[in-house]
Design a protein around this ligand. Structure first.
Ligand code: IVH
Length: 702
């Protein structure tokens, strides 16, 4: 739908709009401006969500979007149903109304191997009286199916599959999916009304990020991208739907009728033509992934090849769908009540299996969290043998009604961690036993605690051996200090042999004793030694992350590292100061404060410093040769010529340091208007020099 020329014109139009916006000027008229904004935004939605190749910055896009919204607010009578602003929904959906599909949504027959496909092809050829059939092959998307209706080019309805005859009207939620156009030029092809089918998905990365966040918030992760997609489609708050990052592939035209006097265009004679048309009209369809071949052997070759690529795709597929390409031939083959005879699914190797739940182990994490881990009879799933599966917390066990001895259905999809889908209660024989959650830590036997608001039980003894070991494993890990060739197994081994007791001990290892251990040749020993040595100069954020402070992930660790010159600065920081940092909330700030208020932790850091581990922000150290080298500053009251942050930056640029409070370590207090208690306190310490803003500027400029 977008030719090169149109794309160039739209890019120019975007520029023109942005410059008009800057001068707060409309184009010729309000109508023209609204139309231009809508066209430019829809085009950029397509570039971003369908093609994954944006051509303007997010900022420019947001500016245009905000302008359109503002103009529409001023002229509510000019709002159109396909305006990009109409994706943004107001209010909650009270209930989803059941709506009939124009044509029932059938299922597909399944096949699992080449023989099944040969059989199916033979029947089709016999029934059609043909020697060879042309097929279109495309991925079988593993998401939630949807059905869309467009009338006179406008999206008028989106529905779930439901029972196949009728589904739920989820139009508002469908509009949150940016790769689904709100209008499409079907009329150009003579089409008046059309029903198209497709699949809503969450791509693997989005899903992983979403689950990482849930795990960080102590919520059990969603089972798999498919469940996440279908759950998202039925959420009552469309704004939440928008946040889920859903995508949609459209792959089937189930119904269409033409405008009076119009005849069907040639593209609508085949399935592959339809996919291309959908793509031309701005939909995401498997137009690129599809393959048209003659004869079943080519089909078999293609699906087997595609299966090996399965894990390289950004989204989950559970097989391929093979469709007779020619619509006339499809009609001749017809359908059963369950599935069409002109299509078949080829299912990839199952990623589900059943097994017996034998026992549950309770593992203690580095923050003391107790995680139940199911031990099952090992089963191969998708090429990997699965024997242990995390159950996350007590709720999950209750929710899934798991019992020892149960037969459980296990799934492992792509890079998704394996999980238990459900227990098969029908197969119980009465010998199954309740899973009993411990009341004491399985390692140190301290009483476990669980705050009302949390779902995780914890051991609060920070000297609990399990926690000590887990903290060390975290410290050496790839994302933290990245001590190569150390790893979990060495931490456990050295700990159990009494060669390693705590984090600083990593830098005090007795290599003679280690060299005497079985499996430690000269080479592995020197590798280990040099990896440990190298880690001493890791950037500060890795050290901070490695300390395993609760709620401090990699991003927060970076924020903290950037905010200080030396890690010990944090010892003097108040909770308010920490809270003032970007993206740090009260829960995180409290936890950081608690960590640095704990004497054991301070002693550990002192030991690490004495062992030569870098504790400074090396980026800032590059300025350490400035005029203010080693001098400490604090600003109080309102400054007039500078912003507080600018002034602090200037001090740091010159090698000075910003203090968080008045103490004998402070050299200069810079006082603005309305200075309060800090000035009073500083006056009492006669080593502190008190400067005005002008004094400070004079000093810096020297
Ligand atoms: S065609 C009448 N094509 O698989 C035939 N279905 O197991 C309509 N699915 O209900 C379906 N990818 O939700 C078709 N490329 C694809 C598909 C696909 C996924 C789903 C669809 C269908 C289910 C059948």
């Amino acid at each position: 739908m977008y030719t090169k020329e149109i794309e160039i014109a739209l890019a120019q139009l975007a520029k023109q709009l942005l410059s008009h916006l800057q001068q707060q000027q409309l184009l010729q008229s309000i109508d023209e401006t609204l139309d231009a904004l809508r066209r430019v935004i829809s085009y950029n939605d397509w570039r971003y969500y369908v093609e994954s190749e944006p051509v303007i910055s997010d900022y420019e896009y947001d500016q245009l979007f905000a302008w359109l919204k503002k103009l529409e607010q001023e002229h509510p009578d000019l709002v159109t149903s396909d305006s990009p602003t109409q994706r943004v929904a107001q209010g909650l959906t009270k209930e989803f109304v059941t709506v009939p599909h124009l044509v029932p949504m059938l299922s597909l027959e399944n096949s699992y191997n080449a023989d099944d496909l040969l059989d199916w092809d033979r029947k089709a050829r016999e029934s059609a009286g043909l020697a060879e059939i042309e097929y279109c092959i495309e991925p079988k998307f593993d998401g939630a199916s949807i059905s869309l209706i467009y009338e006179d080019d406008r999206l008028t309805r989106g529905a779930t599959r439901g029972d196949g005859v009728a589904g739920e009207d989820i139009t508002t939620n469908i509009k949150q999916i940016r790769s689904i156009p709100l209008s499409a030029s079907f009329s150009k092809y003579g089409i008046h009304q059309i029903e198209i089918r497709g699949e809503v998905l969450i791509n693997k990365n989005t899903f992983k990020a979403f689950n990482d966040k849930r795990i960080a918030d102590n919520l059990p992760p969603l089972a798999n991208p498919r469940n996440a997609a279908s759950g998202s489609l039925r959420m009552v708050d469309p704004n939440e739907v928008a946040k889920r990052g859903l995508e949609a592939f459209l792959y089937h035209m189930s119904y269409h009728n033409m405008n009076p006097g119009k005849t069907e265009p040639d593209v609508l004679k085949t399935h592959s033509g339809t996919l291309e048309l959908l793509s031309t009209l701005g939909f995401r369809s498997p137009a690129r992934e599809k393959k048209v071949v003659k004869g079943i052997q080519n089909v078999i070759d293609y699906v087997l090849k595609f299966e090996t690529e399965r894990d390289n795709l950004p989204y989950e597929i559970d097989g391929m769908v093979i469709k007779v390409n020619d619509y006339d031939l499809q009609d001749r083959l017809g359908m059963t009540t369950h599935h069409p005879r002109w299509a078949i699914a080829y299912k990839f190797k199952a990623r589900q299996a059943t097994s017996k739940l034998r026992s549950v182990e309770f593992q203690v994490g580095r923050t003391g969290s107790i995680t139940p881990v199911a031990k099952i009879d090992p089963v191969p799933i998708g090429g990997v043998t699965v024997g242990s599966i995390s159950l996350f917390n007590e709720e999950v066990i209750k929710e899934k009604d798991l019992k020892l001895g149960d037969t459980v259905l296990v799934e492992r999809a792509g890079d998704v961690i394996p999980y238990i889908v459900k227990s098969v209660a029908d197969l119980r024989d009465g010998s199954e036993q309740e899973i009993i959650f411990p009341v004491r830590c399985p390692v140190c036997h301290d009483k476990l605690v669980k705050p009302e608001t949390e779902s995780v039980w914890r051991c609060t003894n920070i000297n609990c051996e399990a926690q000590v070991v887990e903290r060390m494993i975290h410290f050496v890990s790839k994302d933290a200090m990245d001590i190569k060739s150390f790893g979990e197994s060495n931490v456990r081994k050295f700990f159990s042999l009494g060669l390693l007791k705590d984090i600083p001990g990593i830098y005090e290892l007795d290599f003679e004793k280690i060299g005497a251990l079985e499996g430690f040749g000269k080479k592995s020993l020197t590798n280990l030694q040099s990896a440990i040595e190298q880690s001493k100069t890791q950037p500060l954020h890795r050290l901070i992350f490695g300390l395993g402070i609760r709620y401090v992930g990699e991003t927060t660790a970076k924020t903290l590292a950037n905010a200080v010159n030396h890690i010990m600065d944090l010892q003097n920081w108040t909770e308010e100061q920490i809270l003032a940092l970007e993206d740090i909330g009260p829960k995180v700030a409290g936890s950081i404060r608690l960590f640095f208020a704990n004497n054991d932790n301070i002693q550990m850091l002192n030991r690490l410093a004495a062992l030569g581990i870098s504790m400074t922000n090396t980026k800032k150290e590059t300025h350490a040769s400035g005029n203010l080298n080693g001098q400490t500053f604090l600003f109080t009251g309102t400054l007039h010529k500078l912003k507080r942050s600018e002034a602090e930056e200037m001090v740091e640029q010159e090698g000075g340091k910003i203090m968080s409070g008045v103490s004998s370590k402070l050299n200069y207090l810079v006082v603005g208007d309305d200075a309060g208690s800090k000035l009073e306190k500083a006056k009492k310490i006669n080593t502190i020099k008190i400067l005005s803003e002008d004094d400070f500027l004079a000093m810096i400029n020297k």
